[in-house]
Design a protein around this ligand. Structure first.
Ligand code: BTN
Length: 236
């Protein structure tokens, strides 16, 4: 199916390695995997602790869509992680890209795009860290970490297959289908949540996501549409 694995013992960040390969013309479905990262990166400039034992992988995607739609691939990736959670465990997705298993964060997703001058996406690097063997601490979150268990190799295989399937679904049925599946796994509509916007903390009722993936929040001062931020979890 054209997917190709680049397996490394150790690398700074698989996202940087994948971006380098993409700039050199590597095709969609090139998967960079490292047993450990010495400079793993998270969202919002955070570090992603990456010792041997968990899964660190970055996939080159060439979605051929306008830049504004690239964020849709974060929802696609989160669903692919949710797909490989063993039966019997409770899986929830949390805006924008988190996956919680039995209430703990099990994966982190870092999407990085290269945009051509025409506004079309050249490539998207879908960087995914999945806790397999252990759950690092997440001091800034209101929920703990969680781990999937099993082996890193099997998790990589399952995740790659799930990502290919979810990507095909996105291409075939569009974001509307992805959004519907994502919403079915999201926290309850109407639950009171806190969202961090830079330094600002906004409280409101969770109203789902719109057709562009923006978070909808019903606040005391009216409805808000949030494009970029971080849902911290239930209001304290
Ligand atoms: C988050 O902050 O939740 C996102 C974490 C993303 C971590 C993954 S691990 C593989 C890829 N390489 C990186 O440097 N980061 C991503």
């Amino acid at each position: 199916d054209g997917w190709r694995l680049v397996a490394l013992e150790s690398v700074g960040s698989t996202n940087d390695e994948a971006a380098r390969l993409a700039d050199d013309g590597a095709t969609e479905g090139t998967v960079v995997w490292a047993r450990e990262q010495t400079g793993g990166r998270g969202r919002r400039g955070r570090r992603w602790a990456s010792p041997v034992g968990n899964l660190y992988t970055s996939t080159i995607l060439r979605p051929d869509c306008p830049a504004a739609r690239a964020a849709e691939l974060g929802f696609v990736s989160a669903l692919a992680v949710a797909d490989i959670v063993p039966a019997g465990r409770t899986v929830r997705v949390k805006w924008p890209n988190d996956v919680l298993v039995d209430g703990g964060k099990v994966a982190g997703i870092l999407l990085e795009s290269a945009i051509a001058q025409t506004g079309v996406v050249q490539h998207v690097i879908a960087g995914i860290g999945i806790n397999v063997g252990f759950a690092p601490e997440l001091p800034e979150m209101r929920y703990p970490g969680a781990a999937l268990g099993g082996s890193v190799e099997t998790t990589l295989e399952k995740f790659t297959a799930a990502l290919a399937a979810r990507l095909a679904e996105w291409r075939r049925d569009g974001f509307a289908a992805v959004r519907a599946h994502w919403l079915a796994k999201a926290g309850p509509l109407g639950a009171e949540v806190d969202v961090k916007l830079g330094e600002e903390l906004v409280r409101g009722r969770f109203g789902g996501v719109d057709h562009e993936g923006a978070l909808l929040l019903e606040t005391a001062s009216g409805p808000r549409r949030i494009v970029s931020g971080e849902l911290l979890g239930r209001a304290a």
